[in-house]
Design a protein around this ligand. Sequence first.
Ligand code: DAK
Length: 274
Amino acid sequence: MEYILYEQKGQYAILTINREKALNALNSQVLDELNETLDNVDLKEVRALIITGAGSKSFVAGADIGEMSTLTKAEGEAFGKKGNDVFRKIETFPIPVIAAVNGFALGGGCELSMSCDIRICSDNAVFGQPEVGLGITPGFGGTQRLARLIGAGMAKQMIYTARNIKAPEAYRIGLVNEVYAAETDAEGNVVKSAGEVLMAAAEKMASTIAKNAPIAVRNCKKAIGEGLDADMDEALVIEEKLFGDCFETEDQKYGMAFFLDKNKEKVKEPFRNC
Ligand code: DAK
């Protein structure tokens, strides 16, 4: 792999888009490698995935404008499909995916973050859909996911104006769940950069998720994802089915028995993912 780093840390893993010289812009090779890396995640072990960008300046500064500039209509559609397929794979990935946004998340970068379950960012993060300024529409799901996440009115404003927004505004409109600043000592010296604080928070969140019953967590992701695409009656049926499925797991039996056991000395064992 030239452009993707992948590190498994026990029950969670970190996937880094590593094309720092081009601010981690997504060319076809990055998309192919991203796709292959996702296919190789050990889902028996890994219970949460973090996606981030290499360096402190950029998460992903968009699709590769150089590569896109000469595309024909057919090639443009093929490129869009490649991106859409891999982003959809992330959106429907069996385990939760956290986007740790460490800088620019523009165009395809903003879209990549939106295909993840949860977005958190450093205080230097910048989000935007600048495509109309380049003569194109957002092509990796931006018109659809942004409207679903922050509402059609705010999404239309961001997309039509092509205006970038900074981390505090992204937080205010609900595009990110949390913003992290650098840690400083009493004299104001930086002890930990914003990127380091962000990654520590992302890893803490991933390991917290990993401690919960994995099949239940996966079923929650499925219920929320599939439910959002359905009307309420259908959505509740989806939830009922996934809720029912949990009762065939050992983790459910153990989790409830542990709660009901009045022995104060007992120590909770890890969920076994079965
Ligand atoms: N593509 C290719 N290279 C990029 C890039 C990008 N999106 N963004 C940055 N780079 C490269 C720069 O060309 C530069 O390369 P060198 O000149 O050093 O070789 C290097 O990264 C550093 O960038 P800058 O020198 O520009 O750094 P600055 O700090 O001055 O500026 C910036 C940072 C993020 C403000 C600026 O680089 C910038 O504006 N970048 C472009 C951001 C952008 O417009 N992103 C959206 C791209 S459009 C579709 C499929 C997909 C899409 C649409 C349709 N279909 C098929 C329908 C998606 C579209 C997009 O994502």
